[in-house]
Design a binder for this molecule. Structure first.
Ligand SMILES: *[C@@H]1O[C@H](CO)[C@@H](O)[C@H](O)[C@H]1NC(C)=O
Ligand SMILES: *[C@@H]1O[C@H](CO)[C@@H](O)[C@H](O)[C@H]1NC(C)=O
Length: 381
């Protein structure tokens, strides 16, 4: 399989490079590979798509071996996830150890797993038992990694929605919600102790959608605009995402920590929405993600942390047709499931069509043939 795959990849590469209209530079961007859909291409095909895009950082919401195995011996770094439904169990050292030994350790030698997110947006939901479980679950998973000698390789964190902020503007006034104080205090101490990043899922789109007359579209889309000034710091913000990241930095500082890095585990813009979801268009999504990519390539920092390049995972790789909620939820993808781009963001990729013989697959010997080379071009700018 490996020989066949790499031959195929080489052929694709020759084919594609000869036809590149614009050079693709290494994107420091990461991507969320959500799979709440019944029509997505196989992870093997996805691995080619990501390679063609030069994306080498992927975030999963689970630890699906059907993804981790096909990415064996690639240079892709994975963040894997423990869903909120695991939190209770992960406070139990035996169960945490079983999970790490069964779902992480076997894949570590071939697939680069660098981080585990324990829970996602736990404080967004009003389940206080889960709030209480979060830190013990993170600690228990971390302790398991220590016991297995894996803590240098794999870090432990969780991802928050911006609902954890009480005040987010101006950034220097950033403050966490009072009712989360006792929980976040311990979580911040944990991050400082184990040196893991504080992750936020930040969507300027929500702010725009909720108040399209009051929020400047150019400001949220990283387009040229007047920007806003933080009166206490005199720092100028030309986009909302950076203001949100800095508000979190200031909120963390307000709780006594200056040693924790803030990273963006999700951001994105939907290309389509319900009638009341203002701004969800392919044009806006293309501008948001395209402009964001340029800033990531420039390794920009935020105004408050100019020397720390923003670290961002875009949401998401594919449109996910089974996501519940408003139409926008199913339309965050950069790609349709067939590998064609939803809109142009200035990079091009391809999703090869592979046909497997199921009989030979069972033998562990894979016969693959190239049927169609679905070249998906996004032409820049
Ligand atoms: C991919 O990214 C790496 C660095 O991240 C860069 O050296 C390389 O040239 C890029 N390849 C292409 C085809 O853009
Ligand atoms: C939690 O542990 C219980 C008992 O071992 C098990 O039945 C259950 O499936 C576990 N929950 C999850 C989400 O794995």
């Amino acid at each position: 399989m490996a020989a066949c795959s790499s031959l195929l990849f080489s052929l694709l590469l020759i084919f594609t490079l000869s036809d590149l209209s614009v050079e693709v530079h290494g994107l420091g961007v990461g991507i969320n590979y959500g799979q709440i859909a019944n029509n997505l291409p196989s992870p093997t095909r996805v691995s080619y798509l990501l390679r063609s895009l030069n994306i080498s950082r992927v975030k999963l919401y689970d630890a699906d071996p059907n993804v981790l195995v096909p990415f064996s011996n690639t240079n892709v770094d994975f963040i894997i996830g423990l869903g909120n439904e695991y939190l209770q169990n992960m406070t139990d050292p035996i169960k945490a150890q079983n999970w790490v030994q069964q779902r992480v350790q076997p894949y570590l030698t071939r697939t680069r797993i660098t981080c585990i997110t324990v829970g996602n947006e736990v404080f967004k939901y009003n389940d206080h038992q889960q709030w209480s479980n979060l830190l013990p679950a993170m600690q228990t998973v971390y302790n398991t990694l220590v016991n297995l000698g894996l803590d240098k390789q794999v870090s432990v964190t969780t991802a928050h929605s911006l609902d954890i902020l009480d005040v987010s503007f101006p950034p220097s006034a950033g403050a966490f919600r009072q009712d989360l104080g006792e929980y976040l205090h311990g979580i911040l101490n944990f991050h400082a102790q184990v040196k893991s990043p504080f992750l936020i899922n930040a969507y300027p789109y929500f702010a725009y959608k909720d108040n399209p007359n009051g929020v400047s579209l150019d400001y949220v889309l990283f387009q040229p605009n007047q920007g806003t000034m933080d009166p206490s710091t005199n720092l100028k913000y030309d986009n909302m995402l950076y203001a949100q990241v800095d508000a979190v930095y200031y909120a963390i500082k307000g709780m006594g920590h200056t040693d924790i890095e803030v990273r963006v585990s999700e951001t994105g813009w939907p290309s389509k929405g319900d009638e009341n979801e203002v701004g969800a268009t392919p044009e806006n999504a293309g501008l948001y993600n395209g402009n964001l990519l340029k800033r990531i390539e420039q390794r920009q920092g935020t105004p408050a942390k100019p020397n720390i390049p923003i670290d961002i995972y875009v949401f998401a790789l594919f449109n996910e047709n089974l996501k519940p909620g408003p139409a926008s939820e199913r339309n965050y993808g950069l790609f349709y499931p067939d590998g064609t781009p939803v809109y142009s963001i200035g990079v091009q990729g391809y999703l090869p069509e592979l046909v497997y013989s199921s009989a030979s697959k069972n033998n562990g010997f894979l016969v693959c043939s190239l049927l169609i080379l679905a070249m998906a071009y996004f032409i820049f700018f």
